[in-house]
Ligand binder design. Structure first.
Ligand SMILES: Cc1cc2nc3c(=O)[nH]c(=O)nc-3n(C[C@H](O)[C@H](O)[C@H](O)COP(=O)(O)OP(=O)(O)OC[C@H]3O[C@@H](n4cnc5c(N)ncnc54)[C@H](O)[C@@H]3O)c2cc1C
Length: 471
């Protein structure tokens, strides 16, 4: 741990002892195993510093005291949520304090009158879904793939997920936040409000700030009436172009599915391997998984028939309808665990975002480039909102893998720009895309971002080295 440049053992001892008096001795430890890495693929993730003190505060006041202490001693603080991030955001890249939010896991209120949930930042997505589902007729729609992610992590990453097509991303559900500034001050941003036009919107600045501006300690989240019944359609095609080209037509038809996911067949096989479950259709090279919702079976059948009509025009080989709960859960599980199944052989998973109508062009050009370079790139993910993921694989490559990977990544990012997109739709910049953001963003915007960081965090102690570097 680096307690200032001239930090001696005594200063270090003082910091640890003060951390203990703030959070309690049993919640301060130099045992960092299990806190150092997130889900970023091993080949590209930064090296973590093991010289961290892990502190697990119980409440906002303790977080505030910890930040004051860190600011006084100029010690880096790395906030850790569920550790499911894919861009290295939670990795402690230098000695410092690792602030784990795991004990701040209380659901404070499910407000049925205002349709809102109030919870601490360490509540997991699964915990929140369970609490909301206990109230008949209510739901929390955002569903990024890993349910062990925490609400704080989801907020500061503006997480998306499969249901964004109809219900949007985290930003659309956050109406209030309690945050602790790097200097220790506690702020309440927003509230149980649907509208708020009071000054600059700090709430929305914090959403997506990737743990670099403040620590989120509580969130007020919008809930919506439960969507009702769902059907999950599996639609195989014999090529990716036809599958993806049908997506804008579906979106234009007036049926807005919850989810339109694209998967090439190799991705599906990876999901099958991890889950031990079988995808309902064996053939085809590219599949769409579409979830529709409706009040009753008639509405579901009507929506499914419209989608069937469109996709058949684009050459769908079949349209399989999953209507049972278990059947639908199994399909979703295979889709959700694709990343897990490919992780060991993955160099990086890109999440370029392009206008939805450009997805087919983007995927086609990238597939051709991958073939030209000779690198395997699997495509799967959120076709309905222009955010198909690209899993760049190391399998079969020799020492030249890094050069081939960088060539492909550079191509994908150039294509994103050319087609009016951006380099990350939901996984964020973290450490792994820091240079890429710098290369793709106008200097003036970078300068503005650095200035904002300096205002929030004058001593650059909160998650230093992530998203942007400040001098
Ligand atoms: C299998 C799998 C599927 C995924 N699918 C999706 C998907 O569909 N859509 C999507 O958007 N993402 C997806 N992700 C990525 C990941 O789940 C999200 O980025 C999520 O938001 C991370 O939350 P976390 O709590 O795990 O954060 P962490 O990984 O712990 O941290 C991520 C960043 O948030 C900061 N942070 C965490 N908590 C706080 C807090 N309370 N205050 C301030 N900063 C904080 C950390 O410092 C770090 O910079 C997936 C990941 C996996 C492994």
């Amino acid at each position: 741990m680096n307690a200032g440049n001239e930090a001696g053992g005594e200063r270090l001892d003082e910091v640890v002892s003060r951390l203990k008096s703030i959070a309690g001795s049993r919640y301060v430890s130099s045992e960092s195993e299990g806190y150092l890495y997130d889900e970023t693929p091993v080949l590209i993730r930064p090296e973590a510093s093991e010289k961290v003190v892990v502190v697990r505060p119980e409440n906002t006041e303790q977080v505030s005291e910890i930040m004051k202490l860190a600011n006084e001693f100029r010690i880096p603080v790395f906030v850790r949520g569920g550790g499911t991030g894919l861009s290295g955001g939670a990795i402690p890249t230098s000695p410092g304090i690792l602030l784990s939010m795991e004990r701040m896991n209380r659901i404070i209120e499910i407000d049925e009158e205002n349709l809102m949930a109030v919870c601490e930042a360490g509540v997991t997505l699964r915990q929140l879904i369970n609490a909301v589902e206990r109230i008949p007729g209510l739901s929390f729609p955002p569903h990024p793939g890993d349910e062990s992610a925490q609400i704080g992590g989801l907020v500061v990453n503006n997480a998306g997920g499969a249901r964004a097509v109809k219900y949007g991303v985290m930003r659309n559900y956050v109406v209030g936040l309690e945050v602790v500034l790097p200097t220790g001050g506690i702020l309440n941003l927003g509230g149980k409000l649907i509208k708020n036009a009071t000054g600059y919107d700090l709430l929305h600045l914090v959403i997506g700030s990737e743990g670099t501006l403040c620590v989120v300690t509580k969130a007020i989240l919008r809930l919506i009436p439960e969507p009702g019944l769902t059907y999950t359609l599996v639609i195989p095609f014999d090529n990716h172009e036809s599958a993806i080209r049908s997506v804008p037509e579906i979106l234009k038809s007036g049926v807005t599915p919850l989810t339109i996911e694209y998967m090439d067949i190799e991705s599906i096989k990876a999901g099958e391997r991890v889950t031990g479950k079988r995808w309902p259709y064996r053939g085809g090279k590219a599949h769409l998984m579409i979830i529709v919702d409706g009040r009753d079976e008639d509405e579901l059948i009507q929506k499914s028939e419209i989608i069937e009509g469109i996709t058949k025009k684009f050459g769908a080989l079949d349209v399989l309808v999953g209507s049972g709960r278990k059947e639908q859960r199994d399909i979703l599980e295979i889709r959700s665990l694709i990343y897990e199944g490919l992780k060991d052989e993955t160099i990086e998973v890109l999440d370029v975002s392009v206008p939805p109508a450009e997805i087919a062009e983007f995927v086609s050009r990238c597939q051709r480039e991958a073939e030209r370079i000779g690198i395997e790139v699997l495509h799967f993910g959120h076709a309905g909102d222009g955010n198909v993921h690209q899993q760049i694989m190391k399998s079969g490559l020799g020492e030249e893998w890094e050069d081939m990977y960088l060539r492909f990544k550079d191509f994908a990012f150039r294509m994103a720009k050319e087609l009016g997109g951006c380099i990350t739709g939901e996984h964020g910049i973290g450490v792994v895309k820091k240079k890429d953001m710098e290369n793709s963003m106008p200097e003036k915007m970078m300068e503005l971002m650095k200035s904002i960081k300096r205002v929030f965090d004058p001593n650059n102690i909160l998650n230093p080295g992530k998203v942007i570097d400040v001098d």
